[in-house]
Design a protein around this ligand. Sequence first.
Ligand code: MEV
Length: 428
Amino acid sequence: MKKFYQMTIDERRNSLQAEFGCSEADIDSLSGVPGLTEDAADRMIENVVGRYALPLGVARNFVINGREIAVPMVIEEPSVVAAASNGARLAKAGGGFQAEADASMMIGQLQVLGLRDMNAACAALEAEKSQLLALAAESCPNLIRRGGGPADLEVRSFPVTDAGPMLAVHLIMDVRDVMGANLIDTALEYIAPEVEKISGGTVRLRILSNLADRRLARASCRVPAETLAFREYDGETVLSRILEAAAFAEADPYRAVTHNKGIMNGIDAVVLATGNDWRAVESGAHAWAAKSGQIRPLSHWKKDPESGDLIGTIELPMAVGTVGGATRVHPGAAAALRLLGVQNAQELAGIIAAVGLAQNLAALKALSTEGIQRGHMSLHAKQLAAAAGAQGLLVDRIAAQMVRENHISASYAAELTAAAIKESNHVS
Ligand code: MEV
C-alpha cells in the first residue's frame, strides 16, 4: 500500500476522506476550491487587491492523547511537513504524544499614568477588584453564557519609567474557545473610565498582552532508543547525539534561537492552517523562551534513567481559538479545524505544542547525524526536474538519480529530462 507521501494529490484527498471522514465540501476547502472569496478577503483586511496562496500539506503519524490525528500545515518551506511526520512516527513508537493546555486565560493591560499617590491607587484598585470584575463582565454577556468571563484583576507598579510613575492593571479573562483579543480589548475599554475614577490617574493604553503566560500548552513524548536507529546509526548513538544537540541549545542563545525557530516551523504552520494569529503565538513563544533573562530552548530532552527512552517535553504560551476571527470566514481554516477533530481551544493548543515537539525531534535527529541538506536536496532536485519539464513519476526518477549521483543542478535536470523524453518518444 502506498504511503501518504507517495500518493498523488487526489489519492491523498481520498485517503483523508476514507480515514478521517472528511466531507466532500471540506476536501474542496482544503484544496483551496473555491477557498477564500474575493469578497470575504475584502472584508477581512483593507485595500485588498487579491488573495495569496500557500501550500497546505497534511502531516501524518500523529497520535496525541491516544487519538490518531491528521495535522494540516500551511507553510512555504520544504521538508517541514515531512519532518513533522517523521518526528510523529518516532513518538508513535513510544505511545505518541501526551498534550494538554491551561484554561484560556488571557491578560489585558491598562496603562495608568499621572498618579499622585501610587500606593493609594494600588490599594484602591485592589479594594474595588470585585466591582471592576463585575463591570468587565457587563461587556461580554455571550462569553459569560459560555462559561467564561473576567477571572481576576492584578495591579503591577512601575515607580520609575521614562513617562513617570506608572501602573499596569491586568484584567485576566477566561476567553474559552476564541483567541480573545477582541473580548479583552472591549472589556478594557469598558472598565477604563472606572479605573481612572478609582485610581485618580489617567488610563492610556488598553490592550491585551501577547505574553499569554496563563494560557500555556504542554506536550511530551517518549521514544524508545531502538526506534531512533537508521542507516549506519544505532539507536543509542542517535539518542546521545540528540541530547548533545539539546545541551547546545540550553547553553547558547545563538543555538537556542535556531532550535526554537525549528519548533515554530511546525507551530506556525498549524496556527496558520487553522486561521489563527501566528504573530501573537510567535511573540508569546519567544518572550516565554527568554523569561530567565537568557533565551532558552522551548523544548527539553533527557534520557529516562530507568527505561533508557528519550523523553521530550515542551511548554509555551498558546493563544489560539477554534471559533471566531479568521476561523469564521476562511473555509480552509474551518475545514482544517474539522480535520483535526478538536472540541475546543485547549485541545487545539495541546496539539499545536505536540507538533512543535515533533518538529524539534526530527530536526535534532537529522542535524546531529546526516545533516538536513540531504532531505532538502531531494525536494530541491524534484523542483529542478519539474522545472525542466519532467512530469509524474519521471520527476521522482530524475530527482532520485541526481541525489544518488550527488549531482543536482538545473542543467543536469534538463539533460536527464530531455534524454528521458526522447527515449519514451522513441519507444512509443
Ligand atoms: C530550519 O527551518 C529549521 C532548523 O534550523 C531547526 C534547527 O536547527 O533545530 C533545521
